[in-house]
Design a binder for this molecule. Structure first.
Ligand SMILES: [Zn+2]
Length: 166
């Protein structure tokens, strides 16, 4: 591994030894595997190659038995919707819907008040209502606009034939 890396970086044993502040025989011992590098040496190697070594640690087990017995993680009660600690989307649905409704309500009020205040169009369009008249029954002359009485077929003002609405 060290050889491959040294060759990849185009370094001679001398150059690597110089970079690591060690001797050429030490490098060859490392490369042949006679000398197992300690962490400090690996760090120097990393600096020399301009990269970091990821140290993989191994350990050997004397026996296959676990020193700690496996913990019992079975739930005390079957997990369902009512289990405490369980968070479900359904629980928050009413709040989400409530917030949405509130937002729509506030938006509607804002829109209504803004549009009402912004112009007096609705007021201008509204006609003064004549007292005690059934609005659904009233007929207006299409020609002069005069209001005819219920049952009239012709305008009392201009004589135009009336067409009843509805
Ligand atoms: Zn008329």
């Amino acid at each position: 591994m060290i050889i491959a890396r040294r060759i990849r970086y185009g370094l001679t044993q001398e150059q690597l030894a110089e970079r690591m502040g060690t001797s050429v025989p030490a490098i060859s011992r490392l490369e042949s595997g006679q000398h197992r590098p300690n962490v400090e040496t690996l760090e120097k190697l990393g600096h020399a190659f301009g990269e970091q070594f990821v140290l993989e640690l191994e350990y050997e087990k004397a026996t296959d038995t676990l020193t700690v017995p496996p913990a019992d993680i079975q739930p005390a009660a079957p997990v369902d919707e009512n289990t405490s600690g369980r968070i479900s989307f359904n629980q928050f649905m009413p709040y989400i819907l409530g917030a949405l409704g509130l937002a729509l309500l506030v938006g509607g009020i804002l829109y209504y008040s803004l549009s009402g205040r912004g112009s007096d169009r609705p007021r201008r369009r509204r006609r003064p209502r004549e007292p005690r008249e059934d609005a659904s029954n009233s007929v207006y002359c299409p020609q002069c606009g005069a209001r005819a009485k219920p049952g009239d077929h012709f305008c009392r003002v201009c004589g135009t034939r009336l067409t009843k609405k509805g």
